[in-house]
Design a protein around this ligand. Sequence first.
Ligand code: ZN
Length: 81
Amino acid sequence: MRIFNCPICGLPWLEGVDEEKVRYSYEICICCGCEYGCDDTPTYREQWLKKGTPWFDEQQRPKGWNLEDQLHHIFPGWNAG
Ligand SMILES: [Zn+2]
């Protein structure tokens, strides 16, 4: 299955990525800062929300960024591969 958002924070991606690829990419989300395949867990999301949703790469944060919109695209049952 191709997914089009970070499963943890819901950040939209320009292109869809195969779900399995995401799990083993070990890339860092520019928004929530999770490392796919490592700490991309619902617990990480909870902590990120508690911290006040800081961007990993603050410079890439779009103007008018809307957390609520983005959170509609998370994967509640996602677990780190
Ligand atoms: Zn993310």
